[in-house]
Design a protein around this ligand. Structure first.
Ligand SMILES: NC(=O)c1ccc[n+]([C@@H]2O[C@H](COP(=O)([O-])OP(=O)(O)OC[C@H]3O[C@@H](n4cnc5c(N)ncnc54)[C@H](O)[C@@H]3O)[C@@H](O)[C@H]2O)c1
Length: 415
């Protein structure tokens, strides 16, 4: 008999996973967020990542009660792994999901975690909560870990086209999971030798990205004082085959800016305080402040009174082509700017200010006819590359193009 699959957590990761698996398997989705479940039942993804036609194209049921998943034999957990205020891992979602599954667990089931954690967390934190059921791993049920690697807002690298890592507590479960994921992926499924290896592989992908971006961010800050454009330097250096073409910018969101703290926490608990990892975090966290100071200096250079400056702010989400605002450094920058510039108008085609508990003025169209003292481009949404800054420049004092989307011009500054 084919297994029924229960997906626990239907967010940015869980929903695309559930829909892809539902093309070939029986899938039930469960989320604690009743509003999210109600809108998914109507075929609406309120994160705007997945169109209604795609949700309605497969047979899938969404529930806000876990009991609905009691006949499933594979449970896949895709709940958040954020940070607490002190940058320590917050396992509360994984813990509550594991406790719920323990109440549903039966002999022969497989429980797979996809949330990003540090190596060891699945076996040390989640497994004991599953075993509260009195069932024992590798005797009664199996444990798996398969990190998600989707790149939100990227239509080319999707759940189906990104190679997937699978790992499990025993060989049979590993084979079952390999076959399950391979049945819906066009990309390769890679069998990791252990759950810890799979956990570590995922977390270091984001650590590596954080460190590389921190390096170019540091160079950007350095070169600013040398009066050299970092983007021009990177264009030149990238002509060498082995130069890694990372670009400077704001590092936010719930992966790159979060996951390194998970690894660091584990490392410190084992007696080693990571150096590069923390330096990278510090540099990337500093960038909104650095841009803010630079922007205010430019306002003063252009003899624009900060308190009176009219600012058009393009992009507020944590990265390009998504509506996701969580841990957005573009938002941190806008908030910092708002302390001195009261007159900020935000244009973001993906996020229109809904659910934002902060008083910002949003516009739903690019206000091409209005005059502004400064235009700040904070997020490189693809739509912004169609903006013609030279037309706008007659109505804008200067442009601060953090992501170097526009062609260089004397009135366009970059990070
Ligand atoms: N978003 C990404 O781009 C991305 C990429 C790769 C990996 N990840 C990782 O995947 C995990 C999930 O991230 P996300 O972005 O999908 O989070 P998300 O916040 O978009 O979605 C998580 C969902 O889980 C639900 N939830 C929370 N606790 C629950 C519980 N006990 N039972 C059932 N549902 C519960 C929430 O209501 C929410 O809808 C995280 O560990 C994240 O680091 C995210």
């Amino acid at each position: 008999m084919k297994p029924s699959i229960g997906i626990i957590g239907l967010g940015y990761v869980g929903l695309p996973l559930a829909l892809a698996l539902a093309e070939k398997h029986t899938v039930l989705g469960y989320d604690t967020n009743k509003e999210r479940v109600a809108s998914l039942q109507k075929g609406v993804d309120n994160t705007k990542e997945i169109p209604t036609e795609e949700i309605q194209a497969v047979s899938i049921h969404f529930f806000d009660q876990p009991q609905a998943l009691k006949h499933c034999s594979i449970y896949i957990v895709t709940v958040p792994t954020p940070l607490k205020e002190d940058n320590l891992p917050d396992f509360s979602y994984l813990e509550s999901a594991s406790t719920i599954i323990a109440q549903l667990l039966k002999i022969g089931d497989i429980v797979v975690y996809e949330s990003t954690v540090y190596p060891g967390a699945t076996e040390e934190i989640c497994l004991p909560l599953l075993e509260v059921s009195s069932l024992k791993v590798d005797i009664d049920f199996s444990l798996g870990y398969s990190p998600e690697r989707i790149n939100v807002g990227d239509p080319h690298n999707t759940f189906k086209t990104i190679p997937k890592i699978v790992s499990a507590s025993n060989k049979d479960a590993l084979e079952t999971l390999y076959t399950l994921y391979q049945s819906v992926l066009s990309a390769e499924v890679y069998k990791a030798p252990s759950i810890k290896v799979a956990e570590a592989a995922k977390v270091i992908e984001n650590v590596q990205r954080d460190v590389n971006i921190a390096l170019v961010n540091e160079l950007a800050m350095m070169f600013k004082s040398f009066k050299i454009d970092i983007h021009e330097v990177l264009n030149a250096a990238s002509t060498k085959w082995n130069f890694l073409n990372f670009r400077p910018g704001l590092v936010g969101g719930h992966c790159i800016g979060i996951d390194p703290y998970y690894l660091a926490h584990k490392s410190i608990s084992m007696g080693y305080k990571p150096e590069i990892l923390f330096s990278a975090r510090k540099i990337n966290e500093e960038i909104p402040n650095f841009v803010l100071k630079d922007l205010i200096q430019k306002l003063s250079f252009h003899k624009i009174k900060t308190s009176k400056a009219k600012v058009l702010f393009l992009g507020i989400t944590f990265k390009e082509n998504t509506s996701d605002i969580r841990n957005s450094k573009a938002l941190s920058l806008a908030l910092g700017l708002k302390k001195t510039c009261k007159n900020i108008l935000i244009y973001d085609p993906y996020f229109k200010g809904e659910d934002l508990n902060i008083e910002f003025e949003f516009t739903s169209n690019l206000p091409e006819e209005q005059k502004f003292d400064v235009l700040v481009l904070a997020v490189a949404h693809s739509l912004f590359s169609k903006i013609k800054p030279l037309t706008l420049l007659s109505k804008v004092g200067f442009v601060y193009d953090i992501k170097a989307v526009f062609e260089p011009h004397e009135k366009i500054y970059r990070l």
